[in-house]
Design a protein around this ligand. Structure first.
Ligand code: LIP
Length: 299
């Protein structure tokens, strides 16, 4: 059901981005403490589309906590959480579409634990990701990495910050050959095959490649200038919405892998520092070798 605040016969004042950010930070930090305290100690509860696509009780607990905190303050907002959506790319795209048409006054897009395989394995590379959109336009992004207590935040038009004080800026590097590329192989052979094709083309023309196991963390690192580029196919809105706003607000560029500007429906993402010809060179290379998308089989 679409909730338009104006249609409800109740006094409602739209919250400011700053008010939204403050509550997202509280929720992200609380969920982050669960992640930090239980990393490597929680068994896999089930798998989703593939055996590589893991879910634990912590994913659901963190999502429920985040939703409760956000709904306490913004009861009429809509909430799209990874753990509420059936497995697979088609279900993910359909779930998002149901929140975009008609547009919602306030939509929270949440991945409670991005980097679940790392979390299950005890590898300290997983984050909470909260993207916020007003009528389909991103306005707030929060990514919290609890192991190093690094809080990456952004509000549209107001820059991106680390721990609320250090302004984030993408890498100044302008040459592809000096670029460090973050990537993920996804959770299906269909995506991995495409990604490996892309990496085979990019490896000879870049300085290094890193797979940290979390799309949101990769995007936060592009915004922070630690990675030059992040590339991955077939991701969901909850993996990349917060990080895409961070990269844009840190002076970077976010498109799909064919160079089309990012939207909430983007699934094949290329984020870069936007310097020199780095972005366009990568787009041209991916399209040339057929690594710009991982088509979903219709049957
Ligand atoms: C993960 C992404 C990662 C991708 C994995 C998985 P999750 O999200 O962050 O980039 O390669 O397949 O989708 O499932 O840990 O929230």
């Amino acid at each position: 059901m679409s909730r338009s605040y104006k249609s409800l016969d109740m006094a409602y004042t739209s919250p400011t981005d700053s008010e939204i950010l403050d509550v997202c930070i509280i929720a992200a930090r609380e969920a982050g403490q669960i992640i930090r305290d239980t990393c490597g100690k929680i068994a896999v509860e089930k798998t989703k589309a593939t055996v590589q696509d893991l879910v634990t009780v912590a994913d659901k607990n963190c999502q429920d906590l985040i939703e409760a905190r956000l709904k306490e303050r913004f009861p009429f907002a809509d909430f799209l959480g990874e753990e509420n959506v059936a497995a697979g790319a088609i279900a993910s795209a359909q779930a998002l579409q149901s929140f975009l048409t008609p547009p919602r006054d306030l939509l929270f897009i949440v991945d409670p634990i991005d980097g679940t395989t790392n979390f299950v394995s005890g590898i300290p590379f997983s984050v909470v990701s909260i993207g916020v959109a007003r009528r389909n336009e991103l306005c707030v992004g929060v990514i919290y990495e609890p192991y190093r207590d690094e809080l990456f935040t952004s509000m549209k038009g107001q820059g991106a910050f680390l721990n609320g004080e250090k302004r984030l800026s993408v890498s100044p590097e302008s040459l592809l050959i000096n670029s460090v590329l973050g990537f993920g192989l996804g959770s299906s052979s269909r995506v991995a095959t495409t990604m490996i094709k892309g990496l085979s083309a990019l490896e000879p023309v870049t300085r290094g490649q890193r797979a940290l196991g979390s799309a949101a963390l990769h995007l936060a690192y592009v915004a922070a200038g630690r990675l030059t580029v992040f590339y991955e196919c077939d991701l969901s809105s909850w993996d990349i919405s917060a990080g895409s706003l961070l990269v844009n607000e840190a002076g970077g560029r976010v498109t799909d892998t064919r160079g089309v500007p990012y939207t909430l429906e983007t699934r094949d993402i290329l984020a870069s520092n936007g310097k020199g010809n780095i972005h366009s060179q990568i787009v041209d290379l991916l399209v040339k070798v057929g690594a710009d998308s991982a088509p979903i089989p219709l049957s």
